[in-house]
Design a protein around this ligand. Structure first.
Ligand SMILES: NC(=O)c1ccc[n+]([C@@H]2O[C@H](COP(=O)([O-])OP(=O)(O)OC[C@H]3O[C@@H](n4cnc5c(N)ncnc54)[C@H](OP(=O)(O)O)[C@@H]3O)[C@@H](O)[C@H]2O)c1
Length: 347
């Protein structure tokens, strides 16, 4: 078992200083304009945590929710009046530089990926149980865009959706972070996959391996042309009756997310109504909140290393351009995922 050590200083970038580091922070909730690059104190790993020198951080919708404090319900976790942790970001890939007490799975120098606190920074702390060794076949940028999005897709398809080979699976929001992995993982598990995406992203989803791609502006997956064994409902927030119309008589719909559900709860009532309704109908309607843990990351590493799933990386932004990355995500300009990379950028 490794003992707690002092932070090892960065050896090849020279940017990690003894006491402070560069980070993207927000002291209040709001749009991308609340983000700024700042010098913050170096975080210290608590028991069971490691300190990671962040080589790349993934940008996912969750970071937007934390930045805006919307839906307000989320503030119970993020901080009621202002963010408890001003440094944004969760997904990361990097090198372990220090260990908290009791850490047994990692040593200083290990290359890891997973979820941490405040990953849009040069250093971030992470629980050891939320990290895995970075797949050797991936760059840091590629690995950083896997954890939350791909683990959510995996959990939605396998644990909650109980997908089986040969089933016909519909993935909405197929061009986004979660959807881009859901298409690939469902294909890897032997399903026939239909992806739903906007007109500009049809080729992207086809390139992910989808057997069929529907244009959400022209085609309605619930028009009765096809009935799906499993629907991964990631975007668009269709009414429950439309979801059920898209399902086979004993099919399953997994409600993952979808924007535009209102500032207070984000439309959580739709999810809860679905679970309630599921008790009275033959179709199964389910929801879940994903938590990234090491076993899921290790399963994803296998899928990636065997070439069955590719990281959805389509772009990188230096730390000081994180606001621009966020604006591109919200405007729908991102395909798959983008990474934030601590690099040169002034304060
Ligand atoms: N349950 C959980 O634990 C969990 C975990 C992670 C994420 N989520 C939620 O899941 C959702 C997706 O997350 P993400 O990271 O994949 O987001 P994302 O990367 O922003 O992707 C969302 C996709 O939705 C599509 N879209 C946008 N407007 C749409 C509309 N009006 N109708 C249908 N599709 C539309 C966009 O593609 P096109 O432009 O091609 O249509 C976009 O690619 C979010 O609401 C997020 O909060 C939930």
């Amino acid at each position: 078992m490794a003992a707690k050590q002092d932070v090892a200083e960065n050896t090849d970038g020279g940017t990690v200083t003894a006491g402070t580091l560069r980070a993207v922070v927000h002291e209040e909730y709001g749009p991308a304009e609340v983000l700024r690059l700042a010098q913050v104190p170096r975080p210290q790993p608590a028991d069971g945590e490691v300190l990671v020198q962040v080589r790349a951080a993934g940008l996912d919708r969750g970071a937007w929710h934390v930045m805006t404090g919307e839906p307000y319900l989320g503030r119970l976790a993020f901080g009621l009046r202002r963010p408890k942790n001003p440094v944004l970001g969760m997904e990361l890939a990097g090198t372990v530089v220090a260990l908290g007490r009791g850490v047994s799975r990692f040593a200083v120098g290990d290359e890891v990926y997973g979820v941490g606190r405040g990953s849009f920074a040069e250093l971030a702390v992470a629980k050891e149980g939320q990290l895995a060794r970075k797949p050797q076949t991936l760059s840091f940028e590629e690995a950083a865009v896997v954890p939350v999005s791909a683990a959510t897709a995996l959990q939605g398809l396998v644990e909650v959706g109980r997908v089986r080979a040969g089933q016909h699976v519909l993935v909405t929001g197929a061009s986004g972070g979660v959807g881009s992995y859901a298409v690939q993982i469902a294909k890897a598990l032997g399903a026939e996959v239909t992806g739903v995406a906007g007109p500009a992203k049809q080729d992207y989803v086809r390139g992910l391996g989808a057997d069929h791609v529907l244009d959400r502006t022209r085609e309605d997956p619930a028009d009765g042309t096809r009935r799906y064994d499993l629907v991964l409902d990631i975007a668009g927030r269709p009414p429950l009756r439309a979801l059920r119309r898209a399902l086979a008589p004993r099919g399953t719909a997994v409600l993952v997310g979808g924007e535009g559900g209102g500032k207070l709860t984000g439309g959580m009532n739709r999810q809860l109504r679905a679970v309630l309704l599921s008790m009275f109908v033959r179709q199964r309607l389910a929801m879940f909140v994903s938590i990234v843990r090491a076993p899921a990351l290790e399963r994803l590493s296998e899928l990636v290393e065997s070439g069955l799933v590719m990281p959805s990386l389509t772009g990188t932004y230096p730390l000081d351009r994180a606001p621009e990355a966020m604006r591109d995500l919200v405007a729908g300009r991102v395909r798959g995922k983008v990474a934030i990379v601590p690099g040169d950028g002034g304060l």
